[in-house]
Write a protein that binds this ligand. Structure first.
Ligand SMILES: [Zn+2]
Length: 177
């Protein structure tokens, strides 16, 4: 995984870029939870499910199918989140699916089963730039943890901040024009 601290960068960037009228704060909050949700499979990992099994780490919960299911669940709550169901679906889908994409950019572990449950083939993207995060929290208090956080600042938070700022600027321009 990229660390659970960094996955929410994607929905936060979307929320800021799109603005609260399009993506209300409640939806951004739900999308942040959705961006971390795939790593619930760490529980299976700790219970001894093998990494390469369909229910192992980076298996089904990291797939596009799982992202669609979570997004559907979110869309059912659309009225409570204050946004149209299609918006909720899109934001939650991107937030959840981005988790697997970020994991597929990391330098370690196994690839991501994007097409689970139809195929358990594991994929990485061609550019593996994010230092892989240790599973768990304590390893963060180490030199490796510092390296992971530096890497995530550069490859996740910096681009996310750029997207957020670009969205803000475009909305300002739109209002001025
Ligand atoms: Zn993960």
């Amino acid at each position: 995984m990229a660390s659970i601290l960094s996955h929410p960068a994607v929905p936060l960037a979307i929320g800021i870029a799109a603005g609260p009228r399009t993506v209300p704060p409640a939806l951004t909050a739900v999308a942040c939870v959705a961006s971390i949700l795939p790593d619930a499979d760490a529980i299976a990992f700790w219970l001894g499910v093998p990494y390469d099994s369909p229910l192992g780490h980076r298996g089904f919960t990291h797939s596009l199918c799982f992202a669609a299911l979570v997004a559907l669940g979110g869309a059912l709550l659309a009225a409570r989140l204050g946004a149209p169901p299609a918006t909720v679906f899109a934001v939650v889908f991107i937030a959840t699916a981005s988790h697997g994409v970020l994991d597929a950019l990391t330098t370690g572990g196994m690839g991501v089963a994007f097409y689970s449950p139809f195929s358990n083939a594991r994929f990485f993207l061609p550019w593996r730039v994010i230092a892989v995060s240790p599973i768990g929290v304590t390893p963060f208090l180490s030199a490796r943890g510092a390296r992971v956080l530096r890497s995530e600042l550069a490859w996740i938070w910096a681009p996310a901040a750029l997207i957020a700022l670009a969205g803000l600027a475009l909305r300002r321009l739109g209002r001025a024009g």
